[in-house]
Design a protein. Sequence first.
Length: 219
Amino acid sequence: ILGDVVGQIAGDAATVEVVIPNGQDPHEFSASAHDIEQMRDATMVVANGLDLEEGLVDAIDQVESDGVPVFRATDHVTVRHLGEGEAAESHEDGHEHGGDDPHIWTDPLTLAELAPALGDALGAALAVDLSARVDAFVEEMGALDTEVRDIMSAVPPGRCTLVTGHDSLGYFADRYGCTIVGAIVPSLSSNAEASAKDLADLADAIDETGASAIFTEVG
């Protein structure tokens, strides 16, 4: 999704190469030597940030130290923090998944907030004026927000309760008045594992709230 955002704002001024293949979980992807070389040759690397791309963090830091400009999207938006029913997780890879949520793309207005800074960074790197494309993208995200609100208006107040595969829909829930009941994997990373107690607690929460749908992850 972030690659699509970059492509919409850069337009014909850049060729956008997405390192993580479509459909691949960014939490689980590991960089190959080819991926690192591809990033090293880039005019700019655009990353989500907040360790979403867990297997790319060291590679991104490496190419940045080699002089490649790196733009981290989550440095330029209002980052949400974990709410009640959500859990942070520390993993064996040494990266700490704290209380800052990296899943910014689930809220179109957060992407709209990102667009001006991304447009400025891309414009400077490419020596082009991307302000018109930024404005068009912001307008598109506003229209998408209106569409989502129209769809969500069919849900009775207080009835939008969500259970997710992992803690990934917080921005959406905050924007559209939903309550996160819990997650199958109570972590910001899908690399974490749920314990028997986690699943039992989640089942109790579903029973208590009457949540009627579970949104699972691809794969």
